[in-house]
Design a protein around this ligand. Structure first.
Ligand SMILES: [Zn+2]
Length: 380
């Protein structure tokens, strides 16, 4: 705080005057009365100086100001030093007394100054502690951790089942060309199936895919056989929003291409998938259907996991719930992707992910899945 070096410097200055005092005694002889006056002057001056220093310390409201006072009075070029310079005019015999007085003044100012600095620093510390107070009795901030959306949970469940059967999970683009979304899947430009899947056209040939089936074509074009894949992803159709429709939803596409793949492989695989997803007791039923890219085609129902097949509100009394569409890959589709249908056969299926989530969690309105109402989503 107060530089400690200042005091030794002043003492040395004082020693110097004491030395001068001794040598002065040898040489002096005249003008003693005048020097007597000087002594009283200096006493008075020191008193004034001390009073002024204490007044300034008292008036200081910041540490910087106290530092200014210290430099101004006690510093090398300070007031006290300049008083010492007047020592030469004091009678030699009075010099020790004045010297002592200077030291006392310095000590008093230093003491008050240090006290003021300590007081101010303490106040600053206290203010800081008060400002940064930690109330340990306050409840801790809750770290809200999110969790997976029911769609994601259902998707991961389906992925887990197929990965367990040796399938690869692949992703296709959400923006497709007309060729991959329709034509390569055996849906020519004038086919009525195109109307059923009306979608959002971007420009020219580009559109938002209406089905994940285009991913099949991308995989087949790679020319790496056999194929055993599922392709989960978002698809788009220009549907009105209601309890069972949304312009954007998810499908999980499945495709197997190998030598000697038959309808029995399709049935066995999908029956196993249904049992894994809905329980050991689950039975499956295939109803003939039509899809352009498969032949024969079917829709698969599972026995109602609520009533076990006896009929309830959940299965609308039928005992069965429709869950996916499937079929043997159409030879045209294989040919378009440069695969010889005489050598290779395969099956494909498409699962509506939302449908699985709605069934699994007994949700009766698809819109709930997209509204992102935390109260709803927290339940899963
Ligand atoms: Zn039922």
């Amino acid at each position: 705080m107060v530089p400690r070096f200042i005091r030794p410097i002043c003492l040395r200055i004082w020693d110097f005057f004491v030395w001068k005092n001794v040598s002065g005694q040898r040489n002096s002889g005249t003008g003693t009365g005048k020097k007597e006056e000087r002594k009283d002057d200096m006493k008075e001056k020191l008193e004034q100086l001390k009073a002024e220093a204490l007044r300034q310390i008292e008036a200081s409201d910041a540490l910087e100001k106290l530092n200014e006072v210290r430099v101004g009075f006690l510093g090398k070029k300070g007031e006290l030093t300049s008083v010492l310079k007047g020592m030469k005019d004091v009678a030699p015999e009075d010099r020790p007394k004045i010297g002592q007085l200077v030291n006392e003044t310095r000590e008093q100012i230093e003491k008050v100054l240090e006290e003021a600095i300590a007081k101010m620093e303490k106040a600053a510390r206290e203010a800081q502690m008060k400002a940064e107070v930690i109330d340990v009795t306050l409840p801790a901030k809750k770290n809200e951790v999110g969790h997976r959306h029911p769609n994601t949970i259902a998707m991961e469940e389906v992925e887990r089942i197929f990965i367990g059967m040796g399938y690869e999970v692949v992703e296709g683009p959400e923006i497709e060309t007309d060729y991959y979304n329709f034509e390569a899947l055996n849906i020519p430009a004038d086919h009525p199936a195109k109307d059923e899947q009306d979608t959002f056209y971007i420009s020219g040939d580009f559109l938002l895919r209406t089905q994940t089936s285009g991913t099949q074509v991308h995989e087949m074009e790679k020319g790496k056989l056999p194929i055993r894949m599922i392709a989960p992803g978002r698809v788009f159709r220009s549907d009105e929003v209601d309890a069972t429709h949304s312009p954007s939803f998810h499908q999980i596409e499945g495709l197997v291409i190998d030598k000697h793949i038959t309808l029995a492989d399709l049935k066995g695989t999908l029956a196993e998938f249904a049992r894994e997803l809905f329980g050991e007791e689950t039975k499956v039923k295939f109803r003939p259907h039509h899809f352009n890219f498969t032949e024969p085609s079917a829709e698969m129902d599972v026995s109602c996991f609520k009533c076990g097949g006896s009929g309830c509100r959940f299965c609308k009394g039928s005992g069965w719930i429709e869950i996916l569409g499937c079929g043997m890959v159409h030879p045209n589709v294989l040919r378009m992707s440069k695969i010889d249908p005489e050598e290779y056969t395969g099956f494909a299926f498409g699962i509506g992910l939302e449908r699985i989530a709605l069934l699994k969690y007994e949700i009766d309105d698809m819109r709930l899945l997209y509204e992102n109402d935390i109260r709803f989503l927290k339940q899963f």
